[in-house]
Design a protein around this ligand. Structure first.
Ligand SMILES: *Cc1c(COP(=O)(O)O)cnc(C)c1O
Length: 712
């Protein structure tokens, strides 16, 4: 092999395992090959490499420094993949032969694989990464959205425009999935009047893999070819078909791939049909009746519910269910009312829709919410399903969400941790003693690392905002203003997430005069950076976005408020790694967990949040800042007014003074103390290693003991 050929082969191997997505030094290696091309390709290494001919590899192969870096990266991947002593090898024995089958409608692993819309998908991605790091065998199942989630542009009128871009499969790190005999897998899902077909793609995610179903295949009607083109798009007819594909098709894909699972994990109710296909399979294999098999399925199934917002629970009218699920119903030997009853609170109510959350609760023995507060709210909201239980006895627990540390922690902070928390700190993420070592980091060193990250954020924001202004033909001076926007020393507050109305992105603008006075103080300036997408069908969400965006282009605040278009994992990463303060003000108790603030805390940013979701159990009075007192008012306007009041008071009297209180060396000692307290008290709890360990101990291992696991 020539040096160029060897380089090509090693880089290709590295590019097709998403392990690189949580190893910033490997991403940097790809970026260094062709910085401009990497950015143009949405940071997709496969796509960058596809543009290189043999000559290019040969000339790169002449660079001994590069060859050494690639060699070392390649060796690191091999060692990672072949490690035998992992957390799971010692603690999760039974799952070694029977992996967890993890179903989710979205996966947010990296910006170059845009099959996610927000927190749910990013959580699923982080779950896969930690499962891999811990050595926990898991096979994930999702849909291959060829047009992905949308790209966002904001017009000069402030309204969001959605653009769908088709991602060619050959430019993604995906291979066709094959059955044990090496044949390409095509699965079929019988609907009432036709058969839906899908091919299956396989993506390596560290030690595990993700299977994605793709309906754009021959044999499908034109409509069905487009079925899985877009995420969370279209009417209920499309939704039920997508969910059938995910659940029923997903189980079929696992079987075809020869996977014998040790349990199903339904990440949200979208995939609940999987349990029915599983029951059908058990009936076929054992000859037992539906009731018996359904019980066995439940013993083997874990369900995580993710939202207290009613619209977040899919409900399908009986006719639509009949229209699509008749073949499945018949093969389960169920009458129409019996079948629909599985997804009804009152099975005998003929008008009640089939609710995917109800179905998931009934078909799983292990159910949980995603924070302590959300667990309580869930027990209360769904108590109707357990009429003989008191509210606190409803069998739904909670496992609080976390984030994947290596994905979200800035490289400069990783270096700092390696220096002070022990060289192997990455192997002890769920251990409070490891995180307590943050106290030994000199204040000035932590502060200067943080300042460096903020300087990088300023560069990023200037580039993005000037690009978007240029694209919108704003006057030259307004484009140039973006090139010098933001003061790297000023208190910087970030807000970025989906613009669902309950998240109240416009809350901080409710008293413009007061906000203007606070932000434009020449001695103690404050700047806000916003980013986020509203769902294309959510007009009220788009209206909130328009209002926030307007503050960034007209009026007295336009130098202090910046809006970055086209929010994605990349924009999110830049923000969470470098802001001073992360603002989160949902209408309590609608934020089941929230995770973006957890990404911030790892990096030393301080949370400034309503006591909702994870923050309700994380805040101790000194490890960040609270908005409100955790009391919910029955009147929404009154609640909004009180929260805004609390927000302004805390910002004015506590946050701004603490940030600008400096010692002789310019270090804000009190602030840095809070940064350290945040990292020490919260780092070990709100990461996905801790979360996946909790799932394993309290759900996966008990589920793997179920009878059905002896299924052939
Ligand atoms: C972490 C993350 C979220 C979740 O944000 P919340 O504030 O928890 O809603 C959403 N989108 C992206 C791209 C993220 O990385």
């Amino acid at each position: 092999m020539t040096p160029g050929e060897k380089l090509k082969s090693q880089l290709t191997d590295l590019s097709v395992n998403l392990w690189w997505a949580w190893n910033p030094h490997i991403i940097k290696l790809f970026r260094d090959l062709d910085p401009e091309g990497f950015r143009a390709a949405n940071h997709n290494p496969v796509s960058v490499l596809s543009g290189f001919g043999p000559d290019r590899f040969e000339s790169l192969g002449q660079d001994a420094g590069l060859r050494a870096r690639v060699d070392s990266a390649y060796r690191e991947l091999r060692e990672y993949l072949s490690a035998t002593r992992t957390w799971a090898s010692l603690n999760a024995g039974p799952l070694r032969v029977r992996p967890v089958a993890y179903f989710s409608a979205e996966f947010g692993i990296h910006e170059s694989l845009p099959i996610y819309s927000g927190g749910l998908g990013v959580l699923a991605g982080d779950h896969l990464k930690s499962a891999s790091d811990l050595g926990l065998p898991l096979v994930a199942v999702g849909l291959f959205y060829r047009e992905s989630y949308f790209r966002q542009h904001i017009g000069r009128d402030g309204w969001q425009h959605a653009e769908y871009v088709r991602s060619p499969a050959e430019l993604l790190p995906a291979q066709p999935a094959v059955d044990p005999s090496g044949k390409r897998i095509i699965i079929e899902v019988p609907l009432s009047r036709e058969t839906l077909r899908a091919q299956v793609w396989e993506i390596a995610v560290g030690r595990n893999r993700l299977l994605l179903l793709d309906t754009d295949v021959e044999g499908n009607s034109e409509e069905n070819r487009q079925l899985a083109a877009r995420l969370y798009f279209g009417d209920q007819r499309i939704r039920i078909r997508q969910e059938l594909l995910l659940g029923v098709g997903g189980v079929r894909a696992l079987r075809a791939a020869g996977v014998h699972w040790g349990g199903l994990h339904l990440n949200e109710g979208h995939s609940a049909f999987a349990t029915l296909e599983y029951a059908r399979l058990l009936m076929e294999l054992t000859g037992a009746d539906f009731r018996t098999c359904a019980q066995e399925v439940a013993q083997n199934t874990v369900f995580t519910t993710h939202t207290p917002v009613d619209a977040g629970h899919d409900r399908f009218p009986p006719e639509l269910v009949d229209d699509h699920l008749e073949p499945l119903r018949r093969s389960l030997g169920l009458s129409q009312p019996e079948f629909l009853g599985l997804g009804r609170i009152r099975p005998e109510d003929n008008r009640e829709a089939l609710c995917m959350t109800v179905l998931a609760f009934k078909m799983s023995r292990y159910a949980n919410g995603v924070s302590a507060l959300h667990g309580r709210i869930t027990r209360k909201s769904w108590q109707v399903l357990w009429p003989h239980h008191r509210e606190d006895e409803v069998p739904v627990g909670h496992i609080t969400n976390g984030v994947h540390v290596r994905t979200w922690l800035a490289p400069a902070m990783q270096d700092l941790y390696s220096k002070h928390l022990g060289a192997d700190w990455r192997d002890h993420l769920a251990d409070p003693h490891m995180w307590a070592r943050i106290d030994g980091v000199p204040d000035a060193e932590l502060w200067s690392t943080h300042r460096g990250l903020k300087a990088a954020l300023v560069k990023f924001v200037r580039r993005r905002v000037s690009e978007q202004r240029r694209r919108n033909d704003y006057p030259d001076e307004f484009v140039r203003a973006a090139e010098t926007a933001l003061d790297p020393e000023a208190l910087t507050i970030g807000f970025a997430r989906r613009f669902a109305t309950y998240k109240r992105a416009n809350l901080i603008f409710s008293d413009i005069q007061r906000l203007t006075r606070l932000l434009t103080d020449s001695k103690r300036p404050v700047q806000l950076v916003f980013s986020g997408k509203a769902h294309p069908a959510d007009r009220p969400g788009q209206e909130i976005l328009r209002q926030v965006h307007e503050s960034a282009i007209v009026g007295d605040l336009k130098m202090n408020v910046l809006f970055i278009e086209d929010y994605d994992i990349n924009v999110g990463r830049h923000l969470v790694q470098s802001v001073d303060v992360w603002l989160n003000n949902p209408r309590r108790p609608q934020e089941a967990s929230g995770t973006s603030g957890q990404k911030v805390l790892l990096n030393g940013g301080l949370n400034f949040s309503v006591l909702d979701g994870w923050w309700a159990e994380a805040y101790d009075g000194l490890n960040g800042f609270a908005i409100g007192d955790g009391i919910t008012h029955v009147n929404v306007e009154e609640q909004d007014r009180r929260d805004a009041q609390s927000l302004y008071e805390t910002l004015e009297n506590r946050i701004i003074p603490l940030y600008y209180d400096r010692d002789d060396d310019g270090v804000p000692r009190g602030w840095v103390e809070r940064m350290k307290r945040t990292i020490r008290t919260l780092g070990w709890r709100f990461n996905t290693d801790r979360m996946v360990i909790d799932y394993t101990n309290s759900c996966y291992l008990p589920a793997a003991g179920a009878e059905s696991c002896r299924m052939p």
